[in-house]
Structure formats: structure tokens, C-alpha cells
Design a protein around this ligand. Structure first.
Ligand SMILES: C[S@@+](CC[C@H](N)C(=O)[O-])C[C@H]1O[C@@H](n2cnc3c(N)ncnc32)[C@H](O)[C@@H]1O
Length: 314
């Protein structure tokens, strides 16, 4: 990764790290009072404990140096704190970047994480988080989502309140039914359009299953459907075929505030680089959803995009 330029490659450290930790704990305390009725989450408790230990070190030295020195002297005693400090640095490095982050910057700062998936955790979690040996089911139908996305999508639907959900790749139809149930549960007047090479057989009053082939994106849906579908939209690419062509097709219909999610994105990075490169500033990664359960704790690693306002009248 020698081509990585600038401070994105450097994990936050030294005085910047200390300042960010103090800023974050202020925000965290306010959140605990405002949103959690004074109750600490596991993460809140962990952060408080680790910071409490770090601020006892010599204030004139970087925490990284103080901890490293102690690990050399007493590895059994301080090895855990070294791990804590690394996780704290990773977290604050993300936090300082803000919620909406450029795709290139995400890729660059991914160097501090899993080499393939850019996750905070390893392939062991990814291997089983969709269910092993059994998939989860929704309304009795196997659902091809992992446990992180099973929590992420309802949060996003609740915040975005999409009037149209477009799914490319219906599978057995469970995911479209699941999205529609979340529309109903949130009292959202919305509809799901889900397309597959073979029309799914499931049924739901808020879902229309379509038959279409990603090889010809313009004909995935009947003429006029996309022009008429009310915004905001949540578009999910989950067919893994002609990804570049499919997302480029949807670009012409997406409006500011709409979301585009590309699932299993680790195998689609070339298409994504081309797409965001062709539309500079139009799409940012919403890290509230990619990272809420740890960096890239989603099958849509770096690929939960929000369509931004057009910067220059494109
Ligand atoms: C991973 S599955 C979708 C899973 C489903 N969305 C879920 O979460 O349960 C991918 C689907 O994409 C469909 N697919 C693959 N190639 C396609 C193409 N060229 N056009 C349309 N659909 C395609 C497959 O038939 C398959 O049902």
C-alpha cells in the first residue's frame, strides 16, 4: 500500500489521539444522559475504563510510547492494555473522519484493518455471520443476510423512511418481504420492487416481484416504473452480475438523499472505484451504517452510499 498518501494512512496518535479521546468522551457522556437514561453500553463502559487507565500515564508522553514501554517490562500485565489502545485508536480514527466519508478515503484508511474485507474482525466472523450451517429465515423463507445487516437495515429504514425499495437479486424473496415488513412496522407508505432472473414466488401486499436480467439494466423494470417511483429510495444491488452497468443505470434515477447499497462489495471494488470515480462527490459512504457494529461489520463493506447534492450542476 505504498501509494497511500497523506494522513489517511496514519492511525491517529500522540496529542491528536489524546484530544480526540477527550472530545469523544464528552460526546459519549452527553449521549448516555440524553439517549440512554444514564445507562452505559458495553462499548461506553469499555471506553471509560481504558481512558481512565491511559490518563494516568505521564502526560508529556504519547500513550503509545507509555504502553509499549510497559508491555516490554511486564507483557502479561499490559498486553491487554496494548490491545485496548489499538482498538481505541482505530475507533477514534474513524470517529474523527465524521459520518459521511469519501470512498477513496475509506479504502486508504482500511489499511489498518482486515486486509481483504477492511473489517475490524477477521474472516472467522465473516465465515459464520450469515448462519452456519443454517441461514436465518424470514416468514419461514431462507434469508441471505448476515446478523450485522439484519440489525443494520431496520435502522436505516427507520431513519431514511424510503418510499421505494428496489432490490436487484430477489433470491427466494425473503429479503423483499423482510424489507416490506419493516416499512409496515415503521408506518411508512412504501413499496418494494424486487427483480431476479427468475421471478420469486413469495407474496406480500407491499412487494412486487419482477423478472429481469442485469445483463440489460435498462430492461430490469418495465418502462416508466422508475420515473414514477416516489423518493426517497433505497436501492440494493445483490445480484452480483454486471454490477458496474447496473449501478450506473440507477445513477440516472437516484436523487439526493437516496441510498445505494452494494452487497458483497469486497468482490466488486473495481466496479465501485469506477463508479465513484465517474461521479466525484456524488456518493459518500455512510459510516453510521457500515461501522455501527465495528468497521465494515456489513457485507456491504464501504458500500452503503448516500447520494449527495450535485456539486457542480452535473
Ligand atoms: C445472493 S442472491 C439474493 C439474495 C436475497 N437478496 C436475500 O438477501 O435473501 C442473488 C440473486 O441474484 C440473482 N441473479 C444472478 N444473476 C442475475 C442476473 N443476471 N439478473 C438478475 N438476477 C440475477 C440470482 O438468481 C439470485 O437469486
Amino acid at each position: 500500500m505504498a501509494e497511500i498518501a497523506g494522513d489517511f494512512a496514519e492511525l491517529i496518535s500522540g496529542d491528536e489521539l489524546k484530544a480526540a479521546a477527550l472530545r469523544y468522551i464528552g460526546e459519549m457522556r452527553a449521549k448516555i444522559e440524553r439517549d440512554q437514561n444514564g445507562l452505559h453500553s458495553v462499548f461506553d463502559s469499555w471506553f471509560t475504563r481504558v481512558l481512565g487507565q491511559l490518563i494516568q500515564f505521564d502526560p508529556t508522553r504519547a500513550w503509545e510510547d507509555s504502553v509499549r514501554e510497559r508491555v516490554i517490562r511486564a507483557p502479561a500485565q499490559f498486553g491487554g492494555l496494548q490491545w485496548d489502545l489499538h482498538r481505541l485508536r482505530q475507533f477514534l480514527d474513524r470517529w474523527r473522519q465524521g459520518r459521511f466519508v469519501d470512498y477513496a478515503r475509506r479504502e486508504q484508511s482500511g489499511t489498518h484493518y482486515h486486509p481483504r474485507f477492511g473489517t475490524e474482525f477477521g474472516a472467522d466472523v465473516l465465515l459464520t455471520c450469515q448462519g452456519a450451517p443454517s441461514l436465518m429465515r424470514w416468514r419461514g423463507i431462507p434469508l441471505m443476510k448476515n446478523v450485522f445487516d439484519f440489525a443494520m437495515y431496520p435502522m436505516l429504514i427507520g431513519e431514511l423512511r424510503p418510499h421505494t425499495i428496489i432490490e436487484i437479486g430477489s433470491g427466494l424473496g425473503a429479503s423483499a418481504l423482510w424489507f416490506a415488513d419493516h416499512l409496515v412496522m415503521n408506518g411508512i407508505d412504501g413499496h418494494v420492487h424486487s427483480v431476479d432472473r427468475v421471478r420469486a414466488e413469495a407474496a406480500h401486499p407491499h412487494v412486487t416481484f419482477h423478472q429481469g436480467d442485469c445483463a440489460d439494466p435498462a430492461r430490469l423494470f418495465e418502462p416508466g416504473l422508475l420515473q414514477a417511483a416516489p423518493h426517497p429510495w433505497l436501492v440494493i444491488e445483490d445480484a452480483h452480475h454486471n454490477v458496474a452497468g447496473v449501478i450506473e443505470h440507477f445513477h440516472t434515477f437516484l436523487e439526493p438523499g437516496d441510498y445505494l447499497i452494494v452487497e458483497d462489495s469486497d468482490i466488486k471494488r473495481e466496479a465501485l472505484r469506477g463508479f465513484v470515480g465517474a461521479h466525484p462527490g456524488d456518493y459518500l459512504v455512510d459510516t453510521r451504517y457500515t461501522d455501527n457494529f465495528g468497521r465494515n461489520a456489513t457485507c456491504a463493506a464501504d458500500a452503503i452510499f448516500v447520494r449527495m447534492e450535485e456539486p457542480d450542476g452535473e
